[in-house]
Write a protein that binds this ligand. Structure first.
Ligand SMILES: [Ca+2]
Ligand SMILES: [Ca+2]
Length: 119
């Protein structure tokens, strides 16, 4: 992330990592994978790199897109420049490994039943 403005970005803000199946950011299929809080002001012209580990939902298959959106809660004063707060879509292909339970054999044990009668 970088601060391309003329003033420092003061305070703190959230950077979000978002997964989307349709490649469009901001609609109903978006899944927020995680949020990283930036707690240090950023001088004009400065930049920072951030990394994180995020858990993907299970059973997702196929092509998806990852987006990173800085200042996702609009906490920083940057009027008219929010359009560049999200990255371009980064394609990602997801596959899920499944278990495969099966029955190999059926066995039984013979037992003798003895009928008894009482009088
Ligand atoms: Ca979407
Ligand atoms: Ca901006």
């Amino acid at each position: 992330m970088s601060n391309d403005g003329q003033a420092a970005a003061a305070g703190s803000w959230d950077d979000q990592v978002i997964l989307s199946h349709d490649g469009v950011l901001g609609n109903s299929d978006d899944i927020v994978l995680g949020t990283v809080r930036r707690g240090t002001s950023l001088a004009a012209g400065a930049s920072y790199a951030q990394s994180g580990s995020f858990t993907l939902p299970v059973h997702l298959e196929g092509g998806y897109s990852i987006f990173v959106k800085t200042d996702s809660s609009a906490e920083v004063n940057e009027p008219d420049t929010r359009a560049n707060n999200a990255s371009a879509a980064q394609p990602i292909s997801l596959t899920t490994s499944y278990s495969d339970l099966s029955v190999e054999a059926v066995g039984y044990r013979r037992t003798r039943r003895v009928a008894t009668a009482s009088t």
